[in-house]
Design a protein around this ligand. Structure first.
Ligand code: NAI
Length: 249
């Protein structure tokens, strides 16, 4: 299937985890993929992994929390490929910390990347899409944006804000032909989640919280991004697609 042939997809946080899986999925379906990430060595490895398989991909070093860098990256991708048709606005960070212990600097860091960074990238790409007459934007939220979890006040707040940012973007941008949705994954096995939790915790967590009896894999999420970017989702707009193995049920 080559649903995304001649489509240019910008994926942030593309060096590993869910972002890399999203990039792989779009590349495998014929798209040119612009990979953006703050970690240059991992980004170069991700780029090599895709181009080595004959896919069309290029890496762009980017800290999404720095607006000037976002401006430059969007301009560079549009300059090179003529357009950005699809944005997978995925970059994010997470760590656990009790509410009363969160320092102002760490609060700001979480909001700066997970919310401000998402805004900078979405807004700059939306301006470009509006000028060219349309596109698809998919923001990475989380089940933590829909229900709270202890020790994640800063993360929960950032993802809750992404859900309402997405809905507001959908209301404002739909008339310009830009479809906007969010994805809300539950527990997905990635370097991010592996850095936080040990295997014994994960086994107890699955038992207590996930009716499907397993954690998710990045491919459980990248397929949803591909669906939302496709014509099959032509009437899906302002939605938050939950993929959590039944946890929120
Ligand atoms: P990850 O840590 O494995 O990958 C995140 C990527 O984002 C990394 O390559 C990292 O270098 C990059 N990144 C971090 N800060 C950046 C910045 N300032 N600018 C550009 N790139 C930056 O994480 P994972 O698990 O793949 O998460 C991806 C997204 O999915 C995040 O937004 C996360 O909050 C969200 N998510 C993850 C879940 C999980 O269980 N793993 C569940 C729900 C949502």
């Amino acid at each position: 299937m080559e649903r995304f042939r001649e489509r240019v997809v910008l994926v942030t946080g593309a060096a590993q985890g869910i972002g890399f899986s999203i990039a792989e999925r779009f590349a495998a379906e014929g798209a040119h993929v612009a990979l953006a990430d703050i970690r240059e060595a991992e980004l170069a490895r991700a780029e090599r992994s895709l181009t080595g398989r004959g896919f069309s991909a290029a890496g762009y070093p980017l800290d999404v929390s720095v607006p000037e860098q976002v401006d430059q990256t969007v301009a560079a991708v549009v300059g090179k490929h003529g357009a950005i048709h699809i944005l997978a606005n995925n970059a994010g960070i997470a760590w656990e910390e009790p509410f009363v212990d969160i320092g102002d600097d760490r609060w700001r860091k979480m909001i700066d990347v997970n919310l401000n960074g998402m805004f900078y990238v979405a807004q700059r790409v939306a301006r470009h899409m509006k000028a060219r007459g349309g596109g698809v934007i998919i923001n990475m939220a989380s089940t933590n944006g829909l229900a709270g979890e202890a020790k994640y006040a800063h993360y929960n707040a950032s993802k809750g804000a992404v859900v309402l940012l997405t809905k507001t973007m959908a209301i404002e941008l739909g008339a310009g032909g830009i479809r906007v949705n969010a994805v809300c994954p539950g527990y997905i096995q990635t370097p991010m989640s592996e850095a936080i939790d040990d295997p014994a915790f994960v086994a107890r967590y699955i038992d207590a919280h996930i009716p499907l009896g397993r954690v998710g894999q990045p491919s459980d999420i990248s397929g949803i991004f591909a669906f939302l970017a496709s014509d099959d989702a032509a009437f899906v707009h302002g939605a938050c697609i939950v993929a959590d193995g039944g946890q929120l049920a």
